[in-house]
Ligand binder design. Sequence first.
Ligand code: SF4
Length: 297
Amino acid sequence: MTQSLLPLSGPEIKTEAHQWDPLIRSERFPNIWCPGCGIGIVLSSYINAVQKSSLPPEKHVCISGIGCTGRVAGYLNLDSYHTTHGRGIAFATGMSVIRPDLEITVIAGDGDLSTIGGNHLIHAARRNADLNVIMVNNLNYGMTGGQHGATTPLGARTHTSPYGNVESPFNLPYLVSAAGASFVARWTTIHVRQLFRAIRHMMEIEGFAFLEVVSPCPPTFGEFNNYPEALDMMKYFRDKSVVDDNADLRDMTITARPEDPLVVGNFVDRRRPSYQELLSGLLEKSSEKSVRGGAKK
Ligand code: SF4
């Protein structure tokens, strides 16, 4: 369907309806993201995966935290929750225990999920909570102007590390895998098909599924580290990404050295009982016990 919008002045603008429109709150657009930001690619990959999943949209829930990526929840025409800083996974875990029928996805930034909320990340992976967690990793705190965080590469420059970051970053695939996640992947915003496929797969499996999406942030991290234009970091992703599903996770730390590869892939895909499965098994046992106890009386 073609719609005509009549602006107060200037030429008539024609827009085409898109198959994803029902899942977007277009009345909230234009969005807040900077030109060249990668979050829109993550949002569209998620929407595409929701539309093609085996569950209807009303069974999908998106939970976000604070920061640029946190705005995703507000643009989705789904049940979505914009929670407090770093607490999206805790909120999602509680919801998934009460409503195991829902497909719950947390979408938030690296500052939110791995720095402010790092403890929730490792403990949800340890429990193997049945959640999909998509972390948009722009390697710094973007919204607040570009401070270093737990993912900023050693030596990278930010507003709070103008002479180079002296703190070693988390190697997230290694960390989350070691904590016990069922699925662990890393892609960049240039890997649009792989992102879609990874998110679809995460929706199909039980247990903690973690996807790190390395994403450009031109006005903060990019400006400080020689990727100032929207396309600079995308070119870096194109030239330096090496797909290796069997990579040694100990060597996955993202560095600031342009000569180092950026290893991407679906690294971990294994099965162990999820937190929700173990909990529901316990509940069944305790209700059988109380029925037997009642029959004895
Ligand atoms: S500051 Fe960075 S992460 Fe935030 S909207 Fe701009 S480009 Fe995206």
